[in-house]
Ligand binder design. Structure first.
Ligand SMILES: Nc1ncnc2c1ncn2[C@@H]1O[C@H](COP(=O)(O)OP(=O)(O)OP(=O)(O)O)[C@@H](O)[C@H]1O
Ligand SMILES: [Mg+2]
Length: 226
């Protein structure tokens, strides 16, 4: 079983959005997922209510996720997605302790990029693999990324933070899908939002395989926290 934790103390960076879209993409009866909403704001829980199918199932966590994660393993769950609140509270630390890999979403602004450092520190202290994912970025034009994104990448490089080479663009489809309790592909299978979410998932899977030692780390986006 693999546990993907979405963490960043910056509010609105995209933790709940990425958790919902990825869980909707990955969950199948052959690949059972569990979502854990460890944020009292309950964004993921709201999306799940709008979805109305109980697939993938969701559990709420208040102070700790460890018991839920242990039960999920016994139940044969393959992927656990944990959404966390925008702070550095005990439940965030507990989620990161349980992580196979931590995804740190960051919008490409100076305040946003700066705010990832706390979460990176926690991942390093707990020796957990992590990667920053640039979210809410301006669309690429003529196949070139926005200067804002390039500047964000340069700033992140100074923290020696591993950053996914792709981006999740600011797209109305991602919002519209959430409002209907859907993932990007369910909302618009051929859409650009769905293509980006699928690309991000492929990168996460590659990293997890490398973390598990079943493939080489070349092409993996994460950094094994040292
Ligand atoms: N790539 C995107 N395109 C369009 N809207 C987005 C994108 N990412 C996030 N949003 C929207 O921005 C808002 C904040 O995102 P989200 O709630 O996922 O952030 P969060 O990190 O979970 O916030 P919090 O820290 O408050 O839990 C939401 O309304 C969300 O739907
Ligand atoms: Mg959230």
């Amino acid at each position: 079983m693999n546990v993907i934790v979405f963490a960043s103390r910056k509010g609105g960076s995209g933790k709940s959005t990425l958790a919902a879209h990825l869980a909707a993409l990955v969950h199948k009866s052959t690949k059972p997922c569990l979502m854990i909403d460890a944020d009292p704001q309950g964004s993921l829980t709201l999306w799940h209510k709008l979805r109305g199918t109980n697939e993938p199932p969701i559990k709420s966590a208040i102070n700790s996720v460890s018991g839920i994660v242990a039960a999920a393993k016994r139940d044969g769950i393959e992927w656990v997605f944990i959404d966390t609140p925008p702070n550095t509270s005990a439940v965030v630390e507990d989620a990161i302790k349980n992580a196979t890999m931590v995804i740190i979403p960051a919008r490409p602004g100076v305040f946003d990029v700066n705010a990832v450092q706390d979460t990176i520190q926690t991942c390093r202290a707990l020796r957990k693999p992590y990667a920053v994912v640039i979210n809410g970025a301006p669309a690429r034009r003529d196949d070139a990324e926005s200067p804002i994104v390039t500047i964000a990448r340069e700033a992140l490089a100074k923290f020696r933070a591993p950053v996914w080479g792709g981006q999740i663009t600011n797209r109305a489809d991602l919002l519209m899908a959430l409002a209907q309790g859907e993932g990007a592909r369910e909302y618009s299978a051929e859409g650009r939002a769905a293509a980006e979410i699928s690309k991000l998932w492929a990168a996460i899977e590659r990293s997890v395989k490398a973390i598990r030692g079943s493939s080489s780390a070349s092409g993996a986006m994460h950094k094994q926290a040292a």
